[in-house]
Design a protein around this ligand. Sequence first.
Ligand SMILES: NC(=O)c1ccc[n+]([C@@H]2O[C@H](COP(=O)([O-])OP(=O)(O)OC[C@H]3O[C@@H](n4cnc5c(N)ncnc54)[C@H](O)[C@@H]3O)[C@@H](O)[C@H]2O)c1
Length: 435
Amino acid sequence: MEKTTGHNGGMTRREFVRMTGKASLASAALGFGLSSRLAGAEAAGGDTIKVGLIGCGGRGTGAVKDCVAAAKGVELVAMGDLIEAKVKGCRENLKKELPAEAMKVTDETMFWGFDNYKKVIASGVNYVILTTPPGFRPEHFRAAIEGGVNVFMEKPVAVDPVGYRSVIETGKLAAQKKLAAVAGTQKRHQAHYLEVVKRIHDGAIGDIRAAQAWYNTGGLWHIDKTPEMSDMEWQCRNWLYFTWLSGDHIVEQHVHNLDVMYWILQALPKNVNGMGGRQTRVEPHYGNIYDHFAVEFDYESGVKMASYCRQNPNCANQVCDRIIGTKGEVYLDGALGVISGENPYKYEGENWNPQVREHTDMIESIRKGQPLNDAQRIAESSLMAIAGRMSAYTGRILKWDWVANTSKLDLRPAKFEFGPLPVAPVAIPGKTELV
Ligand SMILES: NC(=O)c1ccc[n+]([C@@H]2O[C@H](COP(=O)([O-])OP(=O)(O)OC[C@H]3O[C@@H](n4cnc5c(N)ncnc54)[C@H](O)[C@@H]3O)[C@@H](O)[C@H]2O)c1
């Protein structure tokens, strides 16, 4: 007789899998077996996804809810943040939002301080959600994969070329260990993007000649420094505005568009030529990042992709992508996917929440024994944004190969502890050194 799982109301494992995936995937899962980590969980009484959250802010809280909504048999068992009050506040919020059977965090499985991630990873989880500022991502990703845990990580995944290379290496280790590594890029799991990109790849607009991407929005939140906060604590709380933590907004936000461009063009640029500056955000609480960038990405094929991003209040908002081919054009944004020209098309099909779907796809892949691994491509999309920033900061045209393989830029501070940390100067093109 088939044994029941430990956490699914006495369902058999077959019923459990049927409830959590499409029928075809479910039967495949039964045939393929589970990843080694979940195989351990199965032996202990069920293929429960035991989630550890690292970074208990806005997206982390949302991602836990998305993950629990994504499949049956998901429970939150550990939480970590740099700041004690953030972990405790997040736990209280999630207690109200999650079904009781999904909320398994105890006083013993809440961690804070710089080593919180190590404790979460070692707490018996088999799935971590990495939602800290991206400057910490390469280290946290490596620790999770070395610890044998599947990783869902928010974009971007690096802020400098040293971090990029680390993520590439960890992605290879994840593949060897048959662990999932999925990035929260949203669009690659969004219905109208999936359909329109498929049509582009099937030739709907002919050969691609040019592309444009925009992430132009207003300002975001900031936190002023108080006398009680050390430099390090303030920068980590006000992380959007420090390049070592966010990568600047071209990396933190515009990476969404650049990942779409990488997906559509199926190629990485040859040269990157950027410019930018800061005009409306010059006060100290805006740290050392720019407020606008314009970057041209040149491809071996002759295609040029023009990319723009801006965070200036009271200006036009524009967050979308345009691709121009020999037979037509494509327009994509958060709601629309439209093809014009010889093969006109407008997506009017089903839509779903891509932030939930990311977890559904990841959990299905784990249960099927064929874990998704996005690490290389999200590292490369992140590097497109990093290269754009480096070009704009220095005023130099950069070769992709040099940025990817040679640049030694490593923005991490010398030590991770609460204390003094002078703010690095705002970059000045023509003066800022290329490293
Ligand atoms: N895919 C999306 O649509 C989307 C949307 C929003 C944010 N994000 C990404 O999610 C990540 C987090 O963004 P957010 O909006 O939740 O920011 P947030 O400021 O709300 O949360 C970040 C949390 O990380 C904590 N933290 C800082 N350093 C840490 C460390 N070393 N270890 C553990 N915790 C640490 C902070 O205290 C804070 O609680 C970023 O990479 C961001 O780009 C993605």
